[in-house]
Design a protein around this ligand. Sequence first.
Ligand SMILES: *Cc1c(COP(=O)(O)O)cnc(C)c1O
Length: 439
Amino acid sequence: MFNTAFARNEEVVRPPAPWQDVPLTQWNDWRWQLSHRLNTVEDFARVIKLTPDEIAGLSAPEHFRVDVTPYFASLMDPDDPRCPVRLQIMPTAAELTPFIAEMEDSLSEDAHSPVPGLVHRYPDRVLMLVTTQCASYCRYCTRSRIVGDPSATFSRAAHDAQIAYIARTPQVRDVLLSGGDPLTIPQKVLEDLLRRLRAIPHVEIIRIGSRVPVFLPQRITPDLVEMLRQFHPLWMNVHFNHPKEITPEVSAALARLADAGIPLGCQSVLLAGVNDCPNIMMELVHKLVINRVRPYYLYQCDLVHGAGHFRTPVSTGIEIMEALRGHTSGYAVPTYVIDAPGGGGKIPVMPNYVISQSPDRVVVRNYEGYMSAYTQPETYTRHDPATCPACQRRAGVTDLQAGVSGLLSGQALSIKPEGFEATHQRDTKLELNSFTNGF
Ligand SMILES: *Cc1c(COP(=O)(O)O)cnc(C)c1O
């Protein structure tokens, strides 16, 4: 195993093989890491024992971009093609095969983009794609339709249009920077974007979604963190899938971010062969909370080209949630979500804990299968929106996406599927037709 000196937290005197002759100062320099990324059969053959399947994936002319930092490549098991680190970054023949139900833009992000690279799906928050470049490329990338193409990244003009949209849209209180990876753009450009977003009064929080702490922990320098902390409240979501990714270098990077007061979350993707196991997930979430990272979401794998062989049944995710909730700290339990195909957004999925209910009692069960009855109150003085200050303050906020919550609060009586009215007028139409057609 290459990285044992790092993993054992010993005094590190030289980089792992085959980089043992690279001076440590270079190895620890993120610029060196970025400019020495691996992407060809020859590059990888120096590090791992390539399988025919991996060679086929690397050699396919139309494959999704490959680029892996030497640091992350050093975490691969050279002899085991099932290594969870290796599976995430090494192309294989399987990713070239289309599967039933795959889509190019499975989350319909393009349809929800008022300006290029800005996805306004939810009422009060936007996803702002600032670049198409990453430190390394995940084979299951949900945005592989745009990510990785160096000739198609977002320009200064695109950033200007994105910020102008946010500035003229007062309901946006949360801006989520993503890409690509926002921590790969020049620090000055990122600082400028953050400063311009902070200057918009209605932007309450800014979030960065990044895998740089995982692929390139060397990039989390004191200087970068000092820059970021000027823009609080700033949150960050990182992306870990397996406990093996949390090395001493990564722990140091996460500690720097947390010490700067940046609350850290983790978004993981449920991947066959990588983390589709309750015990691996348990080890991952424990390692995350030790590093002050709150598991935030566990995603069902999207219906995206290249990711077919990573997909699991949804039942695998529910089984993992069953094994986590109650069995470990609530802080360590993420929300399992399906990002709904077609652009429905993230939908939480979990085991059922409410067994039954009457006006008198609710029967619930715990993680052990213990069932109990919670007695409902005999009398309840209902919350009165007419005297509630928060209800008064938000009365002017017209929520066009009130959904089921709107049904409960009486804003609407029904939600109808597309074509509902027309379908149920069929008799009338028939009569009309028979009348006008004369039979
Ligand atoms: C995930 C996502 C968000 C943020 O969702 P949260 O549940 O608030 O984390 C916002 N916009 C889009 C388009 C997203 O996909």
